[in-house]
Design a protein around this ligand. Structure first.
Ligand code: SAH
Length: 400
């Protein structure tokens, strides 16, 4: 049960209310002039302007740089069980098309701030639900939220994957386990774009699968018929399986994880695809260089690296990394080949990423054109008032 009682308030410094008025859901410690009452971490507090007028309401964590995460701008709305029920219902309604599509049984149901539920991620995998509690405000409501998800979704089990670094910024340890029901016996077989994938909900990356690339796997597959494909940062073969089903002639999966590569091969077999597969385990920066030295050439290269920039201080190194692998990727393409390249670093804007690709193409003297600009699927929506929710961007380019 969450009764939603307001247990205090924070008053903002003069001139610091603008972002709240503009509905950005974060209140930073530096914007706060004083606290009223004695709210405990996780409690609901009101956010007031310097004159004491109500601006918004959210949950409180004095241990975080983001002291309040805002939940409502309506003074009459209580943050009780009914509130979470309504918010979950709205998030589900936003994904109605996906929920009714039998070709896709794994997708994101709740995308935190972007769905008006800061700190809460809920992903659906067939009959299982995977939850991430990214903030203390969600951590303290975990029991009530688990009960709500049980009631509304009636899953076989609810798995928690709060084993993420950002929890440290909230003063929370990492945690993973079963919140309700049974853990799947081994992997869960899900469908995406009509194809089958095994997902390990307890130990896989993120909540098990890179759900944010669903639409892009389909878009990239449109260039795969007859192609020799290099799938760098392959993980469990999402792009390889979709391309194989679209008629790729041959796929080379490259990843630093031998387990992921094995799983990628298994996923191709699982879909009865006879696509010849080569698996190369190693550091992509070195392997790509070696493939260039060997004179290898492909018709389609996918580059989907992990996040390179975790802070502004890492931005320069990250852009150098992106430029490096994209230069190598371009050099591995036959003239007229297609490069599908991604960045999931939120700090690297689409504009900056485009500039990096420009620099790469000039340096390797390959004329390149953008065919498509890519982002995450609609189950990872981006609120205009919370641009931080946009982290994944990509380009499909033709490289002459
Ligand atoms: N394209 C995948 C997701 C990629 S996630 C999909 O569609 O599901 C990033 C992958 O890069 C992970 O599988 C990780 O094991 C791998 N990785 C991380 N650093 C690497 C490196 N330096 N060289 C090769 N692979 C790396």
């Amino acid at each position: 049960m969450t009764d939603g009682a307001v247990r205090g308030a924070v008053r903002l410094k003069a001139g610091r209310g603008k972002s709240v008025i503009n509905r950005h859901p974060w209140v930073f410690s530096g914007a706060i002039a004083l606290r009223e009452g004695a709210p405990r971490p996780g409690d609901v507090v009101d956010v007031l302007d310097d004159g004491g007028r109500f601006l918004a309401r959210g949950y409180y964590n004095p241990r975080s740089q983001i002291v309040v995460r805002l939940l409502t701008w309506n003074p009459d709305e209580a943050i009780d069980d009914a509130f979470w029920y309504m918010r979950l219902g709205a998030a589900m309604a936003r994904r109605e098309g996906l929920g009714e599509d039998p070709a896709t049984t794994a997708f994101r149901l709740v995308y935190a701030e972007s769905d008006g539920m800061p700190g809460l991620v809920v992903d659906l995998y067939e009959d299982w639900v995977v939850v991430q509690a990214l903030t203390l405000g969600i951590e303290t409501r975990k029991e009530a939220l688990t009960a709500l998800l049980r009631e509304v979704l009636a899953p076989r089990g609810i798995i928690e994957r709060s084993d993420v670094d950002v929890r440290a910024q909230e003063g929370l340890p990492q945690h993973a386990g079963v919140l309700f029901g049974e853990a799947p016996d081994g992997t869960v077989i899900v469908r995406e774009n009509g194809l089958r994938y095994a997902v390990d909900l307890l130990t896989g990356h993120k909540t098990g699968f890179y759900l944010d690339q669903r639409e892009n796997r389909r878009k990239v597959a449109a260039y795969a018929a007859g192609a020799q494909m290099l799938n760098a940062f392959a993980y469990t073969g999402g792009f390889a399986v979709t391309a194989g089903a679209a008629g790729a002639a041959r796929v080379t999966n490259l990843d630093s994880s031998a387990d992921a590569l094995r799983e990628a091969e298994a996923n191709l077999r699982r879909n009865d695809l006879a696509t010849p597969v080569e698996s190369i385990q190693g550091d992509a920066f070195q392997v790509l260089r070696r493939l260039v030295a060997e004179g290898r050439q492909y018709d389609l290269v996918v580059l989907d690296p992990p996040k390179f920039a975790f802070s502004k201080g890492q931005l320069n190194a990250a852009t150098r990394g992106y430029k490096d692998i994209n230069m190598l990727g371009m050099r591995l393409l036959r003239p007229g080949g297609v490069l599908a390249t991604f960045s999931c670093s939120g700090l690297v804007s689409e504009d900056l990423f485009q500039k990096v690709l420009f620099g790469a193409s000039v340096d390797v003297r390959r004329e390149a054109r953008i065919l498509e600009r890519l982002g995450p699927g609609g189950d990872h929506p981006v609120l205009f008032t919370f641009p931080e929710g946009a982290y994944l961007k990509g380009f499909i380019c033709r490289v002459e």
